[in-house]
Design a protein around this ligand. Sequence first.
Ligand SMILES: [Zn+2]
Ligand SMILES: [Zn+2]
Length: 93
Amino acid sequence: MRQVDCESCGTRIGIETCAECGRGFALTAAHAEGRPREFEDGPLQDSSQVLPVELCDFCAAKERRERAGTIVEAGMRQNTCPACHTAAIGLPR
Ligand SMILES: [Zn+2]
Ligand SMILES: [Zn+2]
């Protein structure tokens, strides 16, 4: 895991790389609890508590066989800051 600071709000965000597609995605409280990231989920509080997360939100949604719209939404959300929910976190593609 590496960390970036949000350019908008300055929150430190943990970034993990997807084992499936190689995209980076922001870690949130949801990942620590092993559930899909919701809009309200904030940044990870304690990075030592995170479960091993191998799939990005996009690939995880595909794996759950979500609707196409839900999958696309998850893919976009994983690139946004979990603290301010507005700024993209500037992930390398
Ligand atoms: Zn932010
Ligand atoms: Zn992926």
